[in-house]
Design a protein around this ligand. Structure first.
Ligand SMILES: [Fe+2]
Length: 221
């Protein structure tokens, strides 16, 4: 049976996307958008985006592993595919006035920011949470600040894609790209909510309580 310490042996899910033509073709094929449309492949890829209704597990180690498997790994794959599709669509539709100019840059920024954030989570935050370290309050605050910046990026993504609504006449790649952007928005927001409410909240609450207690003590002197 796995112990809490075993939960730390997890690879960082995000890696720099491979932009070689073969990797782009592979992504398009996986989404049923090769030279010939492949509807079963597209349906299979879309089905993989569906959520399971399983409730969140209880316990710090189990919850961290759940966030790793259900959110970090899934999101990394979805963002990398979205980045590939955004680049392909931008090359095809960049001259169109209805194309959301800057979308591939924004998706790349989200990927980059999330990678840096997750590096800190895997290297520092998750081990500290599992150890119940006294240094955690400050780290939890840094993590929630980084979440706030990611939420700003997601707000920009929502606005840029007009709430993930492709314009009339948009091609199938463009439409699938917006489905992926919507998935990124939903999953990343839920993942951050879960981390803040179920992982960080005890440490954030302690920090707030410590600060209130300290202020009260000072005022009473
Ligand atoms: Fe996080």
């Amino acid at each position: 049976m796995a112990s809490e310490g075993d939960e730390l042996h997890m690879d960082l899910p995000i890696r720099p996307p491979d932009r070689c033509p073969e990797a782009v073709d592979e992504t398009l094929l996986r989404w049923g958008m090769g030279d010939e449309p492949d509807l079963p492949a597209m349906a299979a890829s879309l089905s993989r985006l569906l959520d399971s209704e399983a409730p969140s597990p209880v316990g710090m180690g189990t919850l961290i592993r759940h966030i790793h498997e259900r959110y970090h790994r899934v999101l990394a794959a979805v963002i990398e595919d979205a980045l590939t599709l955004a680049s392909v669509c931008e090359a095809a539709h960049g001259a169109s006035e209805v194309w959301p100019h800057g979308l591939s840059d924004l998706v790349a920024e989200i990927l980059d920011e999330l990678e840096q954030h997750q590096q800190r989570e895997y290297a520092v935050v998750f081990p500290m949470l599992l150890a119940g370290s006294a240094g955690t309050p400050g780290i939890a605050g840094i993590m929630t600040d980084e979440h706030a910046r990611l939420r700003c990026r997601l707000d920009a993504l929502t606005a840029m894609t007009r709430q993930f609504t492709a314009p009339p006449g948009a091609c199938v790649k463009w439409r699938v790209l917006y489905v992926l952007c919507c998935k990124i928005d939903l999953d990343l927001r839920e993942q951050m909510r879960m981390e803040e409410n179920e992982l960080f909240s005890p440490f954030l609450r302690h920090r707030t309580e410590d600060s209130v207690c300290s202020d009260t003590m000072s005022a009473a002197r």
